[in-house]
Design a protein around this ligand. Sequence first.
Ligand SMILES: Cc1ncc(COP(=O)(O)O)c(C=O)c1O
Length: 441
Amino acid sequence: MTHVLHRAIGHDYPTAVSGNGIHIRDQNGKEYLDASGGAAVSCLGHSHPDILAAMRAQLDKLEYAHSSFFTSQAAEELADDLAAHAPKGLGHSFFVSGGSEAVEAALKLARQYFVERGEPQRKYLIARRQSYHGITLGALSVGGRERQRQPFAPLLIETHHVSPVYEYRERRAGETPQAYGERLAQELEAKIAELGGENVIAFIAEPVVGATLGAVPAVPGYFKRVREICDRHGILLILDEVMCGMGRTGTLHACEQEGISPDIMAIAKGLGGGYMPIGAMLLHDKLFKTIADGSGALQHSHTYSGHPLACAASLAVQQVIRRDDLLANVRKQGAHLSRRLQERFGNHPFVGDVRGRGLFQGIEIVADRGTKEPFDPKRKLHAAIKREAMARGLMVYPMGGTMDGTRGDHVLLAPPFIVDSGAVDTIVERLGDAIDAAVGK
Ligand SMILES: Cc1ncc(COP(=O)(O)O)c(C=O)c1O
């Protein structure tokens, strides 16, 4: 009997014993092609020798020093590296141990910024339905998965949710993508008017929605309008790039493809590639200056902020991505993956949509392509697809509740940046077989 409280109690998880490149091997020697990087984490695959060497070198010097006593060379160099490649104005990083912590820090910083500016009446957060921002109470408050929020509702921070950009289901017949984006911008405007622009702290969104919708990008122009609306009301724009950022969509930051930059950005996952738990909140110089000239300290810290080993691993991950020009491979193999998915599923009776950017692709499963009717959620088709994929030695990231938190199924793909076209072909082939087996049952 296990003493671990596993994600699903009673589920029989294989034991992961080793990793090599794009594969993980279990206790029986079975190999799994990691086509989702776990949950869009393992951007360099497993056991990358250069990252392991950088980690060993750091361990030989120093494993840990608390950030209230010391800074470390690793944290300083990582922050320099992030600032050098960050969206405009995001000159500082606050290091944490994962995505939820990065989002918590972003929400706290946003509130503290307005308190220190003499605008303490700003207390509302606006976010989007069908988003995921993490599992801690603040992050869960802004998250938009109703079923996940519901049991904890009395404990959550008041957050107002508007519609996500979800073209496949919510763009009306005859409506252009631009008009659809404009309709959503108007909805945000109306929400701000209802709350009073002077009372809103921030709007938070994922540039490409990951876990909850399955790699859904915005329509052209949407984020430019959001940026303009936030600026007009003095509202902060927080972009959650925990899943879609750090190269996953083919540019280092997903927002580069929208032509905007945020006031605060949350990153994690691909930042450290799974070699150590690490996340970061990047903040705009104007926020930094307000706090620096005001109280002089962000009222938020963790024991493991700026952990030297995590920072050293993460710096090595980012350097290898640049040295090996892996973002070019993300774009190349992303285009190949998208093409192969279209070929395999473009006319599949139970696939309604293929979408995504770079090596961040999703397919939405439907019972009827014409009506877009989903499968009965009682079938838990997403779980069956995961099971069938694992049986075929393939790791993908399926999820249910795509449409409204309860109905709908999708599969998310986020393979390591080091994949080649042969691996992409294998992923699509095994996934096709897994879906056919799951829906056939
Ligand atoms: C967009 C987004 N934000 C935040 C999180 C939370 O990150 P973590 O699980 O590292 O706390 C996730 C995790 O999947 C995510 O996808």
